[in-house]
Design a protein around this ligand. Structure first.
Ligand code: ATP
Ligand code: MG
Length: 562
């Protein structure tokens, strides 16, 4: 186990399922579901829920359904359905043929509602939406019963049928469960279970003008699918009594609901409402902007499904809310890419180097290791010639004491190539350095001096005549506050204005000309980079820096040990 790895993280849900398996509560079945509302793109918090639901099912030989809780035609779109499917698949999970939609149950849900009315457990209320809100009471005051609460069953049935037939306008009536207006739990104060919405639905079209409410639909959908363990986030704990009431009153199959703490991530917002604001407010270029905490954003940035799944395992599942350090997610990516990303050389801010004693017009191929962590990755040839580029930062004309890289009169190693020594500095009219002239030592080919001479720095470089040009995008955190929107501040005020730096004219080794979109590489000394899946073109790649090589999480973990 490496220094920073945590032991198997706790997951109390696993323990509950184990107990149920032992007592044979569900006849050995484990059926879970991931139930997104198709009203936005999935984010890293959803990845936690997806990993948990699919993970638990797999661990116990069960199944996990993908179910769209599509009860709100105003906010839902096919675009979201498609992106959600793509993301779950990309994360590496398979719902096989179990792609379900709450809207497929509209007919059955209507039947259940009729049954509730017949049993005297639901009524049509004709108060206005504002009145209903007022009658609802508050956390400290009980609610007030609606004057329509005791409508006879036949009148309720008639009105409900006419609501469905489209006789009334939005808001004229609602169907409410008849529970308890004095309950300490606001969800139990005769919650609305159906409302009129004369809006077409992305799947059922104009078939329905009344739509079931989320809570009513959710628990019945779980019931209809024979879900054994209905895993949801803590905010639904207060809804559980309502789910229990619905299922008990209708005497239908009753899953076990278990709530867990949602993922919160430092320097990140994870509510769809806020993510939509970032997109619509132009703070980012879209849902898949590499700075977005959406699955699409992480993917485009260069995060791998494996790193996200590892992250979800490591954070574990708890009953109490906490904030996870973004550095842990980045650490999981570095760990994954360190093992498998091929190493290459690229120069982001090029400074020209001329090797004065190298013959003009000639070049040679040098052998470079593709991945020191993976001998099977082999080697490649990189061209070397008289004119090269090095990183501007790797040269200083007047270096301070602790700067060991290239400077006048100093010798350094060019990775996989030769020792070079700086002999002359060329400047433009404004005094800016435009070129450094060096001599190389042919005896040091491959990077070592036969006389045992040492140098204090090894630089990455590319051959000027062979390099390809690329755009490289460097990202920083989207927010400059660990808890965006803390206190009274609007979260958008914590947006980091310097979260994106676009570098044009970067010089990369020629092997990258054929980089496939989404391919991942370690640019030596600079970090891990991913060819942009939208903008990268063969011969003219565009790279996103996924993460730098500095592992803050490893440092934090180390400190914790001391
Ligand atoms: P948000 O509050 O971020 O807008 P949501 O909860 O409304 O999201 P849904 O589409 O309803 O989004 O979520 C689908 C599932 O994902 C739900 O079971 C929900 O509990 C879970 N989920 C949402 N956000 C998180 C999170 N941050 N951590 C863990 N699970 C989450
Ligand atoms: Mg929700």
């Amino acid at each position: 186990m490496s220094q920073t790895e945590t032991p198997t993280p706790s997951n109390f849900i696993r323990n509950f399922i184990q107990e149920d398996m032992k007592s044979n509560k569900w006849g050995g079945r484990v059926i879970t579901r991931f139930p997104p509302e198709p009203n936005g793109y999935l984010h890293i918090g959803h990845a936690k829920s997806i990993s948990l639901n699919f993970g638990m099912a797999a661990e116990f030989g069960g199944k996990c359904n993908l179910r769209f809780d599509d009860t709100n035609p105003l906010k839902e779109e096919v675009e979201y359905v498609e992106s959600i499917k793509e993301d779950v698949k990309w994360l590496g999970f398979d719902w096989e043929n179990r792609e379900f939609y709450a809207s497929d149950y509209f007919h059955q849900l209507y039947g259940f509602a009729v049954r509730l009315i017949e049993q005297g457990d639901a009524y049509v209320d004709s108060l206005s939406p504002e009145e209903i809100r007022k009658y609802r009471g508050t956390l400290t005051e009980p609610g007030k019963e609606s004057p329509y609460r005791d409508r006879p069953v036949t009148e309720n049935l008639d009105l409900f049928e006419r609501m469905r037939a489209g006789e009334f306008e939005d808001g004229a009536h609602v169907l409410r469960a008849k529970i308890d207006m004095a309950s300490g739990n606001l969800n139990m104060r005769d919650p609305t279970i159906y409302r009129i919405r004369k809006t077409a639905h992305h799947r059922t079209g104009d078939k329905w003008v009344i739509y079931p409410m989320y809570d009513y639909t959710h628990c019945l959908s779980d019931s209809l699918e024979g879900i054994t363990h209905s895993l949801c986030t803590l905010e639904f704990e207060d809804h559980r009594p309502l789910y229990d009431w619905v299922l008990r009153t209708l005497e239908v199959y009753h899953p076990r609901q278990i709530e867990f703490a949602r993922l919160n991530l430092s320097f990140t917002v994870l509510s769809k409402r806020k993510l939509i604001q970032l997109v619509e407010g132009g703070y980012v270029s879209g849902w898949d902007d590499p700075r977005m905490p959406t699955i699409q954003g992480f993917r485009r940035r260069g995060f791998t499904p494996e790193s996200i799944r590892t992250f979800c395992e490591r954070i574990g599942v708890a009953k109490r809310d906490s904030v996870v350090d973004l550095a842990l997610l980045e650490h999981c990516l570095r760990e994954d890419l360190n093992k498998r990303a091929p190493r290459v050389m690229g120069v982001l801010n090029p400074l020209k180097v001329v090797i004065t004693n190298y013959p003009e017009g000639e070049s040679e191929e040098l052998e470079a290791v593709n991945n020191p962590e993976d001998p099977a990755a082999g080697t490649r040839q990189v061209p070397f010639s008289r004119e090269l580029y090095i990183e501007r930062d790797d040269f200083m004309e007047d270096p301070p004491k602790k700067f060991f890289r290239l400077a006048p009169g100093r010798e350094v190693r060019l990775r996989y190539a030769y020792f070079i020594k700086c002999e002359e500095v060329i400047k433009d009219e404004d005094g800016a350095v435009v070129e450094v002239r060096c001599a190389y030592d042919p005896a040091t080919r491959g990077g070592d001096a036969p006389d045992g001479r040492k140098v204090k720095a090894t630089l990455h470089w590319v051959s000027a005549g062979h390099a390809i040009e690329a755009e490289v995008r460097l990202y920083d955190r989207l927010f400059n506050h660990p808890n965006p929107g803390a206190g009274k501040t609007d979260f958008t005020e914590h947006v980091n204005p310097k979260s994106l730096t676009v570098l044009k004219g970067c010089k990369l080794e020629p092997s990258l000309a054929s980089a496939e979109p989404e391919s991942l590489h370690q640019f030596e000394r600079l970090g891990y980079f991913c060819a942009d899946r939208r903008d990268s073109r063969p011969g003219r790649p565009t790279f996103n820096r996924s993460v730098t090589l500095r592992d803050q999480w490893a440092k934090i973990a180390q400190k914790g040990k001391k």
